[in-house]
Design a protein around this ligand. Sequence first.
Ligand SMILES: [Zn+2]
Ligand SMILES: [Zn+2]
Length: 152
Amino acid sequence: MTVTINFDALRTGVGTATLDYRQLISAGDARRLACDRKLIPVVLASDSEPLDVGRAMRTVPLAIRRALIARDGGCSFPGCGRPPGLCAAHHVRHWIDLGETKVGNCCLLCPAHHQQVHLQGWDITIAGGRVEFRPPRIINPDRRPLTNPLRH
Ligand SMILES: [Zn+2]
Ligand SMILES: [Zn+2]
């Protein structure tokens, strides 16, 4: 499957993208699908010429995925017990925003929590081998960071 999207739409998450057979999806969904690089987007410049950025992307290397499994043990979202096999490698700083594919910039998230993090705008920080989740203000006005007690 390919997703075709304009560079600004992929960067901002605002707008639409097209799948094979021209189905429309939201730019936010395209951003999430492209996050762990299982899906390589065809990124278009404003003149609809494909940009190299999409082609240069590869999936998360196995060594990084193994390191994430060793650190996170499965979905890293607070309270989630889903195993690594169900999880994608979420880029804390998206590669489209020049975030690197490295252990310090990725965490494992199950499909439900991957969607939730992208849709609700949870902030994630990784320090000292712990993944901390800062909820959006609408969920917790103090934005007190949470970790997954099942993993630490
Ligand atoms: Zn993600
Ligand atoms: Zn989860």
